[in-house]
Ligand binder design. Sequence first.
Ligand SMILES: [Zn+2]
Length: 120
Amino acid sequence: MSHEGMSAQKLAQIKSELEERRQELEQEMTGLYQEKFSDDQVQDVADQALSSTMESLKASIHDSKNTEFKRISRALEMIDEGTYGICADCQKPITERRLEYYPDATRCLVCQEAYEEQGA
Ligand SMILES: [Zn+2]
């Protein structure tokens, strides 16, 4: 095979992993606001300050999960479009390591850096 991209098999595997992860995130985000810190737990230890710290902590956890959720949703769209893992600029495959962190990456590292330098 001369095609530089990923095999269909590999892509299908990644897709099912991403779908699984997305479901996990969805549950975690829902669970985040359902589970309450019990009153007896909080009462002795601290006051409102702690509970508001907890709230903002939860909000920031939710934020980061939501960001990952969106990345994964985008990545799944790109798998369907056939653009996943391929650099939009040089058409070369994006490294798996990069895709692990940025599943919705549209550029390889080299092109991304070039792009960011242009913008600066
Ligand atoms: Zn590139």
